[in-house]
Write a protein that binds this ligand. Structure first.
Ligand code: C2E
Ligand code: CA
Length: 403
């Protein structure tokens, strides 16, 4: 994508560099470009924006008055819906920790570029922006559901689990699938999880959805096994659900009722909110593990620290967050993080799974690093239809594999 229709603000104290970036942006056809020399001025512009909204801020880290870090913190606290590109000459370690910090503040980080910057790098991040905006627009911004509407949809069983294959990087075989929640809205069609999960979690109402998706995923697993497609199915479990001490039993009952042994169900646990009740969570996880479920740490690398306390429990899988995978090709520091996560998983004797594998390059790199499993658009998108999944499985595992 070129920068058409994008409004970009450049925050850079070095006049020469700022002008270079502005020039680059013009050559990429950005619709509107402005430049300031520190975070304070940038924030003033952003706070004042009304119709002429800024889509992307390209931000240096080391600046006088208000540095990039402070600027990014304010941006997060004030909840501006702006995407960020960090640029710096301070070295990859520092850029990596600034990137992490940015995400922790809830700011949408498109990527980080070490100076000097090239137009190609910007063009790539712009197309990433376009892809993420498309997703965002179709799934959330254009439709704002109320909690009542969502809960009603769950009770009407309008939610389905779409299955995305997980492939063994050494044998190239499909050995699992992740169940991803979709709302099949009677008027609006397929709605993705960003439009309903955060609201359900904030209001402590995620359990009803969890149970429905688990039930659908377990019965899909049963049908898959009956069709000679003997895989494990992963279901996402919000950490906040683990506060309820009866959770493990409820989950076990649902899975057994579908005629599936818990060892074919992986529970992926992500941390989206700070957790208060670690003891209850540990009791639930231990019981789930005792009952035979496979436990997976989801989005590894992005969570808060309480998840680390949970690593004391018997996890069997570590899913490395897709932001790390996608950043790896261009960023050496990220590549090191990915590689050491894979090594750590091996040493802990747990499976490493890379999510968001989008290209052949990602695939080759992960294979080389000794990662166990991959999941992502390079392999296949989440599938609505079970027959499509069975067809994919048969084609890949029994005929000429795709990889
Ligand atoms: P997640 O667990 O990290 O799931 C992976 C997300 O990445 C999915 O988005 C999937 O469609 C997407 N994805 C897969 N491969 C690629 C790729 O190659 N490139 C890119 N850019 N994206 C890829 P989705 O389905 O929108 O789900 C978003 C998140 O919503 C999930 O992230 C998960 O945390 C949450 N979620 C989904 N279903 C459930 C559910 O039933 N319960 C709970 N609690 N959370 C769920
Ligand atoms: Ca997941």
């Amino acid at each position: 994508m070129e920068g058409n229709k994008l409004s970009v603000l450049v925050v850079e104290d070095d006049n020469f560099q700022r002008q270079m970036i502005v020039k680059m942006l013009h050559s990429l056809n950005a619709q509107s470009v402005s430049g300031v020399s520190n975070g304070k001025d940038a924030l003033a512009i952003i706070r004042k924006q009304s119709e002429s909204r800024i889509d992307i801020v390209i931000c240096d880290l080391n600046m006088p008055e208000m540095d990039g870090l402070e600027f990014l913190r304010h941006l997060g606290e004030e909840r501006h819906n702006i995407s960020i590109i960090i640029t710096s000459a301070l070295g990859s370690k520092l850029v990596l920790s600034a990137s992490r910090m940015t995400k922790m503040y809830g700011v949408k980080l498109l990527g980080a570029i070490e100076k000097p910057m090239y137009p190609e790098q910007l063009r790539e991040l712009f197309s990433k922006y376009e892809r993420s905006e498309k997703k965002w627009h179709t799934l959330t911004e254009s439709i704002n559901f109320s909690l009542g509407e969502i809960v009603q949809g769950i009770r009407a069983r309008q939610f389905e689990s779409f299955l995305q294959p997980k492939v063994d990087l050494q044998t190239n075989r499909v050995t699992g699938a992740e169940a991803l929640a979709r709302w099949i809205h009677p008027e609006l069609g397929v709605i993705g999880p960003y439009a309903f999960i955060p609201l359900l979690e904030q209001n402590n109402q995620i359990d009803e959805l969890t149970f429905l998706i688990l039930e659908k995923a377990a019965s899909a697993c049963r049908l898959l096994h009956d069709a000679d497609c003997k895989i494990t199915v992963s279901v996402n479990l919000s950490l906040i659900s683990l506060g309820d001490i009866t959770l493990a039993d409820k989950i076990t009952k649902i899975v057994r009722r579908a005629g599936i042994d818990p060892r074919y169900i992986t529970l992926e646990i992500t941390e989206t909110a700070a957790m208060t009740d670690v003891a209850h969570a540990l009791e639930n996880l231990t019981r789930l593990c005792m009952n035979g479920f496979i436990l997976s740490i989801d989005d590894y690398g992005t969570g808060y620290s309480s998840l680390q306390q949970l690593t004391r429990i018997a996890f069997s899988e570590l899913k490395i967050d897709q932001s790390f995978i996608q950043d790896s090709i261009n960023n050496e520091a990220t590549r090191i993080v990915v590689k050491s996560s894979i090594d750590m998983a091996r040493e802990l004797n747990v499976k490493s799974v890379a999510e968001g594998v989008e290209t052949r390059e990602d695939w080759d790199m992960l294979k080389e690093m000794g990662c166990n499993m991959a999941q992502g658009y390079f392999i296949a998108k989440p599938m609505k239809n079970l027959d499509t999944f069975i067809g994919y499985f048969a084609e890949n595992n029994f005929k000429h594999g795709k990889f």
